[in-house]
Design a protein around this ligand. Structure first.
Ligand code: 5AD
Ligand code: SF4
Ligand code: FES
Length: 358
């Protein structure tokens, strides 16, 4: 544990840490966070603006074939009202997330919204997109319209496991996911990815491989959380193969701490899914190395329809509720909130500088 980079075997050993050893790992994650990025938590107001999705991921509650939910799309006005809430409450940046749609109409709608968001916030709000796989051209158009960060989880870096958790058609292709991530990075976005921890069929070796993948890809931001079963998905039938929730939770925390120790100056989100297992899940993630929180600013009436997994917190709340709730939670974790600051990934800033120097 005194080292700051690890081999495959060492990672495996640390991923199985328990008791006092496990606590030491979390403490080390916290110390590296304090030393390299400080104890400020940055907000990204999350707008889940549509649950319409063309994909059919076997784990996800809003997959195309789930007929058990009401599909919705926020109007431009609803989106911009949520964005205005974020701006007025000094969140400094927002995330636009939805199911995956690839179409001309969708591309230009996002382009228009990006310009609008920049306009209503005097160019001050940062915008992250989390809109899945798109062509390089689409990523470029959105970048040119003002988006500067993009989140695209790889879900797992093992092509075989990727196949097991997705339908075996061309719409769910590991190589395309990887190419998309590369395009995002090439275009100049701050690049975020992540995985689900505790998937059925996932072995500790897979998670060690994921950690090394994120290191070697030189990722700027990470969002990862525990896999949580959803009854209206094909993967629900494997629920007996899962680790008990508490173990899944700790495996996720250990992964966060290890990524913080190895990658030091990246941004790591304390995912909402942590709180689906443990009421203090997000605080615990902050105390193991995470430094970003995505307060939900989606209008309350839609939240119940954006359940990627069951037990999702904040579905009965409005943006104001999450705002005051989170302030208390973050102070409880001993951190302060970086109001009004973009809180860019320090890693990205350094990476840009090095690339310019050649
Ligand atoms: N449990 C946890 N996370 C999930 N996601 C989708 N379905 C689930 C689930 N059942 C995550 C995926 C996706 C992100 C938007 O939500 O990692 O990339
Ligand atoms: Fe669609 Fe994303 Fe859910 Fe897959 S994980 S079904 S792409 S919303
Ligand atoms: Fe949404 Fe606590 S963060 S209610």
């Amino acid at each position: 544990m005194n080292k700051e980079d690890f081999s495959d075997e060492e990672l495996l050993r640390l991923l199985s840490a328990e008791g006092e050893e496990r606590n030491m790992l979390y403490k080390k994650g916290a110390r590296i966070k304090a030393d390299y990025v400080g104890r400020k938590v940055y907000y990204r107001g999350l707008v889940e603006f549509s649950n319409i999705c063309g994909k059919n991921c076997n784990y996800c509650g809003i997959r195309r074939d789930n007929k058990n939910i009401r599909r919705y799309t926020l109007t431009d006005k609803e989106i911009l009202d949520a964005v205005r809430f974020a701006y007025e409450n000094k969140y400094a940046s927002v995330v636009l997330q939805s199911g995956e749609v690839e179409s001309k109409g969708f591309t230009s709608r996002i382009e228009k919204l990006l310009r609008e968001i920049k306009h209503i916030s005097n160019n001050e709000l940062g915008v992250t997109l989390s809109l899945g796989e798109q062509t390089r051209d689409v990523y470029r158009r959105w970048f040119d319209a003002g988006a500067h960060r993009y989140l695209l989880r790889i879900e797992t870096s093992d092509p075989e496991l990727f196949k097991k958790i997705h339908p075996g058609d061309s719409r769910h292709d590991f190589r395309r996911r990887l190419e998309c991530l590369q395009s995002i990075k090439d275009i100049g976005y701050q690049t975020g990815t992540g995985i689900m921890v505790g998937l059925p069929f996932q072995k500790p070796e897979d998670i060690a491989g994921d950690i090394l993948f994120m290191r070697d890809f030189d990722i700027d931001m990470i969002g990862l959380g525990p896999y949580i079963e959803h009854r209206d998905t094909p993967m629900f039938r494997y629920r007996k193969l899962l680790l008990p929730p508490e173990e899944r939770f700790h495996l996720t925390l250990k992964t966060i701490a290890l990524l913080r120790i190895i990658m030091k100056d990246i941004n790591i989100a304390a995912a909402t899914a942590m709180q689906a297992i443990d009421p203090l899940g997000r605080e615990k993630a902050l105390m193991a190395g995470a430094n970003v929180i995505m307060p939900n600013i989606t209008p309350g009436k839609y939240r119940d329809s954006y359940k990627l997994y069951e037990n999702k917190p904040c579905t009965d709340e409005e943006a104001e509720d999450c705002n005051s709730c989170l302030e208390a939670r973050i102070h409880m974790a001993g951190d302060e909130i970086g109001y009004g600051e973009w809180g860019d990934s320090k890693h990205y800033i350094k990476r840009q500088y090095n690339e310019k120097q050649g």
